[in-house]
Each structure stands twice: as structure tokens, then as C-alpha cells.
Design a protein around this ligand. Structure first.
Ligand code: ADP
Length: 928
């Protein structure tokens, strides 16, 4: 029989000597000596495509691998192994353990050969790509097994090898190595010592291992760094990835590559490689230590600071709170002292005003001896009253000392005058108590000195008052001598010695301590506060002097006060005269006369303006007035003033705001605040940029001294006592009725106005402005503008004081306080009463009108004179020449005028009193 087959795939000899030829499509040809027998699908085989025939000597069978079955031939018979699990098989090999390894398209099956023969396969193994086979087996290609048991399999991507005899005893020969180490993408090579040296870096380190396995197994591999930050990777060899670290710490590491047994219990094979990572600077122990110390120190410092600040803050808060409490208490005290001193000052002012009237009495019709003694008493009263006022001011000083606000107020003073004012005050008390009072004053004391005379006076007065108080019999003495002197300074020693009760030795220490009164039992009847000597000592120290005491208990004491003063006029004072009679009587002599000097006075209250004008009349300075801050600024821009006096409390821009603007235009112009609030004091106004302040009611001497300082020498004229002033000495007869007005104190008014002429002017102005002011007050109140209302009430207070309307002044003061405290209840309850009281002055002062009404007995004005007056006014009003306009109005008032002109001058007079220059100009222009 001829062989028909297209292609023999496999040949094998069976034990009977026949050759079995497997074909790709014809089944098997059994070739025996002389005959060929075909076995195919028709006679036993399941497939005609025979892939492989394998001789199995042990069982004496030939295994046939067909394209869809495993069969075997034994004794000429073909048996299909139906229990074989797969049917696209290619090849078959046997290992030493009698297992058949069947290569298939799915993988490699390992089946017990006996089980196959018996067609009873229940257990088998299959190795695929998933669990060990490196490549898929190529279809229809044969494997090869050498005599050592190595099975080579044709795979799709290469040859896979497995030793099928040794496969189960675990002796694998897998090649392992480090594939690559990268640090920051830079490849690291092994050095000569076979160490991988990774440089210092913070970046990424990638370590890959290669596990080269030509077997079909895919063992579990463990890759880890000994000393590294983690446990590494355990995975199948085929899935092995790189170890990756970022910021791997420096140090020596060992890279372990391990092949693990199935289940990972055993390490079957291991290779170890050395890796070293260099330290970064920051990783060095020393550097770390230093950094640690640094960080610890900084942390410690921060904690310490926070704690310190917390402690300090707490303490600061506490101190601040206490300070605020103390300040509040102190403010309350200052306010109380200010109020009480005001209460006391008012009656003293009355006494002084009356006394002033006595001193201005005309001596001509009185016997000289009588007049002189009256004058002496009057001077004693004045000195005593002044001292008393001084003491009241010192009461304010106590609070100033305690709050550290006490400062020296130094100026020139007349030594005799100072001592005289002290002695006169004490003389009265000595006489009252029938004590001798010896005054020994060194004749060689300098005539004028420079220092804080008020404080010296207070210290000496206190020592003398104590001498009077603590001496029952005998007397005391004042001894003032000059201890030393040079060209500039004199050291003055003031001793007050008494024959009083004396001071116990043990009490000496407490003598100059505040609130300490000694020997209470014996002194129980004597009034005192225990403050006097403490203030005296503090004043003495403030002036750079000392004060001490020498005493024998029961016999008497001597207090010695030593102080150095600058000499202004070194001429000696000569014999001390207690009563200076040369001072009695005579017209007021101003300190200076300066007709060319220009002064600007700014106050919203025209009455205050008129008082200042009145006070300065004798000095002949040219006074320009302004009723608002804004207007004052304009005037200062255009004018050239020597001094500006600026009211603090004004509607619109107040004094402080106005000053700020003035300073922008003229930084150096001397500006003084006019204020009723003397408690704020010099320091406050200086801090706001003022050169100083003048307390209302303005004292003529202070006003003159203040202004004088700023008037240039070339504008000064010597003040001549005789023609210095044309001040009226008494009220005109047609005004005497004013004494009968119940609510007006004429002496107080005259004093507050600065003279009789100013007083008359003020009365007139007060009367004229009642309607207009009432309207403004009512409007402010109705509109709820409490600030304006308060400012206007403040103005009313000043005006009332200027005319001596003390009741109205007090009422307005209370309303002002309510306004400042925004006390709507008080304002609402009393506003109408105040307005009624204010309006009542229209009637009380009604007779002013009569005085102003043209008198029929007056001579009719000559036509020429009237014409001249109109002409002069046309020139003078635009120049705001106050004095000349006043003079013309005065001269016109002596005549009777035609009705039309009378009306014109009445209106002009009204506008003049209001300083309404624009109004006056408009009026004179319409009259042309
Ligand atoms: P006071 O208002 O009590 O007089 P001072 O501070 O002036 O307060 O004096 C303190 C105390 O010193 C007095 O209370 C008195 O006991 C004592 N003292 C002061 N001056 C004399 C003196 N000339 N003779 C005796 N004791 C005096």
C-alpha cells in the first residue's frame, strides 16, 4: 500500500517492531515489515491530525497526541483518554516521576501517566502564562528534552526551559541581579567594591532587580532593602517592579532579592547587593544636633517671649486699669476742686471788686489822714484777698502735685511787694490773736528777682500761718536775709520763728509728711489738714531749695527755708515798708503804650471782645476783632498781627481747630487761648500749639504782660502815668439806676469788664442782643443741636458775668455743664426757665433805652458837623478803625439829630457794638 499522507509529523517504533507514523491529516500509519496499516478516524482515532507519538516503554504503549485528543495504542488497540481535560495538545514528555508533561495551546499539563492509561484523570497540574510559563507555546511545534531532564519548549517569544525531573525538588537555578539603580534619574553604577554609591539627595531613588528565569515557572520574588524604611515588595517574578523611595535617609543598605517557595514560607534562593547612600548636610548628626539645639532654643525663646508677653500684657492691663481708675478718680477730684474753688472765688471776687471801688475813690473832698487810713485798710483787704485767692489756687495745686503736673511758673517779681503781700496777710491774724509779729527784712535784698514768686509766697505763708496757729502766747518773727550772692543769683534765707508749743523730737520725722498732724491731743482745737508742710517741702524742692525745722518742745520752733533766685535788678530794696502808701489812688497806669501794635481778638461773644478792647484801651494798641475761627483765619492771612487772642469754645471751628489752620499759614505768630477752663492749664494749650493761655475773666496785668512780650521795641512808647488813661472814675448820672437792679452786681460787672466804660458798653450790648441771642438759642435747642446750644449758653454765661448778672451767670453755667454732659433731662426741664430769666433782663435793663433816646434838651447838631461825620465814617468804616468810629459816635451822641439821622446812628451804633463791620459798611453806603 502506498503512503498517501501529505506530511508526517512524528515517527516512533513500537515494541513489536512496527513503526508508527503520525500524520497531519491521515492518522497513523503502522509500518511493519511488509505491511502498512492505517489507523484513522474510521478505525479508532478521534482525529486524523496526529501531532506526536511517544513511546512509553514502562507501560509498553505508544501515546498518540492528536489535534483534539490524547490516545494510546497498546497491543494494537487504540484507547482514547477521554478523561484528559484539554484537546488542543501538541506534544508529550515524561519526567522521572512518571508524570506526563503535555504541551498544549493552553499551557503545559502535568498528569500522572498511570491515571492517563487508566483513563481516570482526576488530578493534574496546568502551567500557563498566569502561573509560571514564560511564553505561550507555539502551536504544532515540538519541544525537546535532553538527558538531564531539561525540557525546552518553543514559545512565542523565545524558548522556555524547565527541568522536569528536578522541578519538584526546589533546586532552581534562577539568575538574579540588580537591573538598575537610579537617583534623580541618574543611573548609579557599582563601584570597585561592588557597592552602589547613591549620592546625597532628597530626590527619588528607584531600585530594580532582574530575575532571569528560563524555566516555565513564575516564582514569588521578594525584593527589599535591609535597613530601609519598608518591607519591600513580594510579587510574582513576572510582575516584579522597582523599589522606589523619596528622601531615602543616608546609610548602608543591603538589597535582598529572594525567590520564595510557593506560599512564600521558604526562601529558595537569595542574592544580596550592597548599597550606600551618602548623607546630606542636614542628615549629619552634628548638623542635626546643632539644628535641634537651634530649633529648641528658638522654640524656647518663643515660648519664653509668649509667656513673658502674656505676663507683661496681663500686668500691663492691670496697670492700665489701675491707671485709668486713678485717672478717673483724679479727674473727678480735679473737677471737684475746680468747682469748689470757683464757688469760693466768686465771693472773693465780689470783695475784691468792692475794695477796688474803695481804692478808686476820689480823695479830693476827704481829709488826707482819713483817706490814707481807709486806703491802707483797702490795700490790706486787697493783699489778704489776693492771698486767699492764692490759697484757693493752691488747693488746686495739691491735685497737681499728686498727679505730677505741678511745674514752676517763673517770672520777674518785686521783692518788697512779695514780702509785703505776705506780711499784710499775716499781720491781721497776729493782731487778732494778740501775738507779736516781728518782721526783719535784710535791706540788701535785690529789688527785683526772677522765680516762682507764688510758690515762695505759699511756702512762707504756710510757715507763718502755722506760727500763728501753734503759738498761744508771745509771738513770732519773719526774718529774711541774703546768705550769699553772685552777679546772677542770690541765696535767700527765710526764717519763721515762734514761741509756740514746739515739736517733740520723735515727731520731727513726720513733720513734712502729707496728712500727718502731730501731737493731736494738744492740737485738737487747732484747724489744719496736715498738708501745708508737705506742699511746702515739695515746692521748696521743686524750686531747688530746702526747708527744715529746729524746735524745742514747749519752747518754740524755727522753720528755715533756703532758696536761690535769679537777680533781675540788683539794687537793694532798702528799708522794708509794710504799707506802701505811694500806691494808693490815682488813675490806672498801663504797663506799656503801643499805638502801632496790632492785635487780633477772636471770640464768638461780642461782649468778651468788648471787654478785651476795654481792658487794652489804655495801652492804645489797635485791636481788630473777629467773631469766628474762619473769619480770623482770613484776617490773619491778610493782616500782620503782633499777637492773636483766640477763644477756645466757639461754634464752627473751635479755638484748637482754628489754631491748627493758623499755624499752617503763620507758624510763628504768637497765639494765646482765651479760656474759662483754667484746670486744663498751660500744658494743655501748649501741647495744642498755643503760646499760652489767658484765663477768663482776664486779669488786666496778665493781659498786658502777655501782649507786651510780643510787641517789638520800635512800636513801644513809654507809659506816662498822668495821661495814660481817660478811664471814667464813676458811672454817669443817667446810669446810676443800674445799682438798683436787683439781680446785677455793679462792682462785679465793672471788675469783670475791666473798667466803667467797658461796663457801660457791655450793658448796652447785652441789652441789645437779648432778642437775637434768644432766637439763636431757641433754634439750636429746637433743632436738637446741643453742641451749638451749649456754646451759646457758654457765651451767655460770659456775657452775664461781664454785666455782673451773677444769678444768670450761675444758671447758664449749670446749663452749660448739662450741655457738656448731654444731660437732656436737665436741659429739657430748665431751658424755658433760663430763657425766661434771660428775657427778664430786657425789662431790668429797659432804662438803657431811655438813656439812649435823644434828649430834647440837647442842642441840634450843626449841619456841617453832621456832614463831616458821614464823610469820616465813609472812610473809617472800611478801614475798621474802631477807635475813630467810636469817637465819632460819641461826639454825635451829644447832639440832638433829625429823625432820619437819629435812626441811622442808632442802627450804626447797634452794628458797631456787634463788631458787624460789613453791616456798617452796607449801612453807610445806602445812606449816601
Ligand atoms: P496743719 O494744716 O495741720 O497745720 P502742716 O503740714 O502745716 O499741717 O503741719 C503739720 C503738723 O506739724 C501740724 O499739724 C503741727 O502738729 C505741726 N506743726 C507745724 N508747724 C508748727 C509750729 N510752728 N509749731 C508747732 N507745731 C507745728
Amino acid at each position: 500500500m502506498a503512503l498517501r499522507t501529505r506530511f508526517f509529523l512524528t515517527l516512533v517504533e513500537n515494541d513489536e517492531g512496527a513503526i508508527l507514523a503520525g500524520t497531519d491529516g491521515d492518522g497513523i500509519y503502522v509500518i511493519e515489515e511488509d505491511r502498512i496499516k492505517k489507523i484513522g478516524r474510521d478505525n479508532g482515532l478521534t482525529s486524523d491530525v496526529v501531532m506526536r507519538i511517544v513511546k512509553d516503554e514502562k507501560r509498553d504503549i505508544a501515546w498518540i497526541v492528536t489535534s483534539n485528543s490524547i490516545e494510546y495504542m497498546k497491543n494494537g488497540l487504540v484507547t482514547n483518554v477521554t478523561s484528559f481535560p484539554y484537546n488542543n495538545n501538541y506534544d508529550m514528555y515524561f519526567d522521572n516521576s512518571d508524570n506526563a508533561w503535555i504541551l498544549s495551546s493552553y499551557g503545559v499539563y502535568v498528569v500522572n501517566a498511570d491515571d492517563m492509561e487508566d483513563d481516570a484523570i482526576t488530578d493534574f497540574k496546568i502551567y500557563t502564562i498566569a502561573n509560571g510559563l514564560p511564553y505561550a507555546i507555539t502551536s504544532n511545534s515540538f519541544g525537546y528534552k535532553d538527558q538531564d531532564g531539561n525540557l525546552y519548549m518553543a514559545g512565542r517569544n523565545g524558548v522556555a526551559k524547565v527541568n522536569i525531573n528536578k522541578y519538584y525538588d526546589g533546586t532552581l537555578e534562577v539568575l538574579m541581579d540588580v537591573k538598575s539603580i537610579y537617583c534623580d534619574n541618574q543611573k548609579i553604577e557599582q563601584d570597585e567594591n561592588e557597592v552602589y554609591q547613591i549620592p546625597a539627595s532628597d530626590g527619588r531613588v528607584q531600585i530594580s532587580a532582574s530575575v532571569m528565569d528560563y524555566s516555565m515557572m513564575n516564582p514569588d520574588v521578594r525584593l527589599y532593602l535591609e535597613g530601609g524604611p519598608d518591607d519591600g515588595i513580594i510579587t510574582q517574578r513576572s510582575k516584579l517592579s522597582a523599589l522606589e523611595y523619596t528622601g531615602l535617609p543616608y546609610g548602608n543598605y543591603k538589597l535582598h532579592v529572594q525567590i520564595l517557595s510557593a506560599g512564600g514560607r521558604e526562601v529558595l534562593q537569595e542574592d544580596v547587593f550592597n548599597i550606600r547612600k551618602a548623607p546630606r548636610l542636614l542628615e549629619l548628626v552634628v548638623v542635626r544636633l546643632i539644628l535641634l539645639i537651634l530649633v529648641a532654643s528658638i522654640a524656647g525663646f518663643i515660648v519664653w517671649q509668649v509667656m513673658r508677653l502674656t505676663v507683661i500684657k496681663t500686668q500691663y492691663e492691670e496697670i492700665k486699669k489701675s491707671k485709668e481708675e486713678a485717672e478717673n478718680a483724679n479727674t473727678a477730684k480735679s473737677r471737684f476742686l475746680a468747682n469748689i474753688s470757683h464757688e469760693i472765688r466768686t465771693p472773693i471776687n465780689t470783695i475784691m471788686g468792692m475794695n477796688e471801688m474803695i481804692m478808686r475813690e476820689d480823695p479830693t473832698s476827704v481829709p488826707k489822714g482819713y483817706f490814707m487810713s481807709v486806703m491802707n485798710y483797702a490795700f490790706d483787704i486787697r493783699n489778704a484777698a489776693e492771698s486767699l485767692l492764692g490759697l484757693i489756687n493752691d488747693l488746686l495745686d495739691i491735685s497737681k502735685i499728686e498727679s505730677g503736673k505741678m511745674h514752676l511758673v517763673e517770672r520777674e517779681y518785686d521783692t518788697q511787694e512779695l514780702l509785703r503781700s505776705i506780711v499784710s496777710m499775716i499781720r491781721i491774724r497776729a493782731t487778732e490773736k494778740a501775738l507779736s509779729f516781728d518782721v526783719v527784712i535784710d535791706e540788701i535784698l535785690p529789688k527785683r528777682m526772677y522765680g516762682d514768686a507764688e510758690k515762695i509766697k505759699q511756702v512762707v505763708l504756710n510757715l507763718l500761718t502755722n506760727a500763728v496757729k501753734y503759738t498761744a502766747v508771745g509771738g513770732f518773727s519773719l526774718n529774711v536775709s541774703m546768705e550769699e550772692r553772685n552777679d546772677r543769683e542770690a541765696v535767700i534765707r527765710i526764717s519763721v520763728k515762734d514761741t509756740g508749743i514746739g515739736i517733740k523730737k520723735e515727731d520731727m520725722d513726720k513733720l513734712f509728711t502729707a496728712y500727718e498732724r502731730l501731737d493731736e491731743e494738744q492740737n485738737s482745737g487747732i484747724q489744719g489738714t496736715g498738708l501745708g508742710l508737705d506742699i511746702s517741702r515739695k515746692f521748696a524742692e521743686l524750686m531747688g531749695g530746702t526747708i527744715f525745722c529746729d524746735s524745742v518742745y514747749g519752747e518754740g520752733s524755727e522753720f528755715i527755708f533756703i532758696i536761690s533766685q535769679k537777680i533781675v535788678d540788683a539794687t537793694s530794696i532798702g528799708i522794708f515798708i509794710e504799707h506802701d502808701e505811694s500806691k494808693a489812688g490815682g488813675p490806672y497806669v498801663p504797663k506799656f503804650i503801643a499805638p502801632d501794635a496790632d492785635i487780633l481778638v477772636v471770640d464768638d461773644n461780642p461782649m468778651n471782645l468788648s471787654v478785651i478792647k476795654g481792658l487794652l484801651k489804655a495801652t492804645k494798641v489797635f485791636v481788630t476783632t473777629s467773631e469766628s475761627g474762619a473769619d480770623a483765619i482770613d484776617k490773619i492771612k491778610d493782616g500782620d498781627f503782633d499777637v492773636v487772642l483766640l477763644d477756645h469754645m466757639m461754634p464752627g471751628l473751635d479755638g484748637v481747630e482754628t489754631l491748627a489752620k493758623i499755624r499752617e499759614i503763620k507758624p510763628d505768630i504768637p497765639v494765646y487761648a482765651l479760656t474759662a477752663n483754667s484746670v486744663s492749664g498751660e500744658e494743655y494749650y501748649k501741647s495744642k500749639g498755643f503760646n499760652g493761655y489767658l484765663a477768663k475773666p482776664v486779669d488786666i496785668e496778665t493781659l498786658e504782660t502777655t501782649i507786651m512780650k510780643h510787641i517789638p521795641e520800635n512800636k513801644m512808647e513809654k507809659s506816662e502815668s498822668v495821661d495814660a488813661t481817660e478811664e471814667l472814675t464813676e458811672l454817669p448820672k443817667d446810669m446810676l439806676w443800674i445799682y438798683d437792679v436787683k439781680d446785677i452786681s455793679v462792682p462785679e460787672g465793672i471788675k469783670n469788664s475791666g473798667g466803667i466804660s467797658s461796663y457801660l458798653f457791655g450793658l448796652d450790648l447785652f441789652f441789645e442782643t437779648i432778642d437775637e441771642n434768644s432766637r439763636v438759642l431757641n433754634n439750636a435747642y429746637d433743632e436738637g443741636n446741643i453742641r451749638l446750644f451749649t456754646i451759646k449758653v457758654h457765651a451767655l454765661k460770659s456775657s452775664a458775668r461781664i454785666i455782673g448778672a451773677l444769678g444768670l451767670e450761675e444758671f447758664a453755667a449749670k446749663m452749660e455743664e448739662a450741655g457738656n454732659n448731654n444731660d437732656r433731662v436737665y436741659i429739657d426741664s430748665y431751658k424755658d426757665n433760663l430763657m425766661k430769666e434771660y428775657a427778664s433782663y430786657k425789662e431790668k435793663l429797659g432804662r438803657i433805652k431811655e438813656a439812649n433816646v435823644s434828649d430834647s434838651s440837647k442842642e441840634m447838631i450843626p449841619e456841617d458837623e453832621l456832614k463831616d461825620a458821614y464823610g469820616a465814617l465813609t472812610d473809617l468804616i472800611p478801614q475798621m478803625d474802631y477807635d475813630s468810629v467810636e469817637m465819632i459816635l460819641e461826639s454825635i451822641s451829644k447832639y440832638s439829630l433829625p429823625d432820619k439821622d437819629a435812626e441811622f446812628f442808632k442802627e450804626l451804633g447797634r452794628l458797631f457794638k456787634l463788631f458787624d463791620w460789613d453791616g456798617m459798611e452796607a449801612l453807610i453806603n445806602t445812606s449816601k
